[in-house]
Ligand binder design. Structure first.
Ligand SMILES: [Fe+2]
Ligand SMILES: [Fe+2]
Length: 275
């Protein structure tokens, strides 16, 4: 069983560049072409949020066009840049949200020897994440329903600090999330948002952060860190269910990509900037 995780696509309507410099539509197209040709084929693709840069309908329409190139089932969830409403309306085929958790986007998918458990950590108009009370109730109930099958829990935000300065905004109600996940043996937390690959054990729970498709944040562990990104080949994770475990591989899409930077999120390049 091969589960691909993509994160942080930051697609814009009309193929506009994210932060005026990242050709996110082209990066996603090359990523999709790579995954479509992968042998053995992936069993599914999970996209852990920040699909659209500004949550606009045109960005989701363009994303849907590009994702149509994948034969594998695709599952999506919202990040802080997304609009839940537009995501559900336009990418609803990739997002079988359980009405019990509405308006939050949560659902569970059986996947061989594991379960994909998708939860919504986003909140409107905020950069940071939260364990919403309805999501907490849904997650605890869902994990208990089939406790013997290990869960890969996908969300956008990490509930732990990374040390990357400006990216470290407090997650709301992390203790409750830890308590629920600890009650599910074998659970692994898989998120994005940091725009860097990272793995850790948080409160006894294995956790992994997916590298981005676009805008790789430069490693800077100072209080000012987290504001500088560069352009590079898209990253992704391959969660391989193998020999009774989940091995998570950190991967890069092969091929030729613009390389550029450093650029600043808080002071982005002018619209006419080129990589
Ligand atoms: Fe992002
Ligand atoms: Fe994010």
């Amino acid at each position: 069983m091969r589960i691909i995780q993509l994160s942080d696509l930051h697609v814009r309507a009309n193929r506009a560049f994210a932060f005026n410099v990242a050709d996110s539509a082209a990066a996603l197209e090359k990523t999709v072409a790579h995954l479509a040709a992968m042998q053995p084929a992936p069993d599914c693709v999970v996209i852990s949020g920040d699909i659209a840069e500004h949550g606009e309908a045109g960005a989701y329409e363009l994303t849907a066009e590009i994702l149509a190139g994948l034969a594998a089932p695709v599952y999506v969830l919202p990040g802080n840049h997304d609009s839940r409403e537009n995501l559900l309306r336009i990418l609803g085929a990739y997002c079988p949200a359980d009405p019990e958790a509405a308006p939050h986007i949560c659902y569970a998918i059986p996947c061989g020897h594991v379960r994909l458990v998708i939860i919504d950590s986003s909140r409107p108009d905020a950069h940071s994440g939260r364990l919403h009370a309805p999501v907490a109730r849904w997650l605890e109930k869902t994990l208990a329903e089939n406790g013997s099958t290990p869960a890969l829990v996908f969300a956008h935000h990490p509930p732990f600090l990374s040390g990357m300065g400006l990216m470290d905004e407090p997650y709301d109600r992390p203790e409750e999330l830890a308590r629920i996940l600890r009650g599910s043996p074998g659970a692994r937390y898989c998120c994005g948002h940091l725009h860097r690959g990272l793995t850790t054990v948080w409160e006894g729970i294995p956790a992994v952060v997916c590298p981005p498709v676009v805008m790789h944040i430069e490693l800077d562990l100072s209080p000012q860190g987290g504001d500088v990104f560069s352009l590079d080949a898209p990253g992704y994770l391959l969660h391989h269910v193998y020999d009774g475990r989940v091995n998570t591989h950190f991967c890069r899409v092969p091929g030729t990509f613009p390389h550029g930077g450093p650029y600043s999120f808080s002071n982005p390049p002018r619209p006419d900037a080129e990589a």
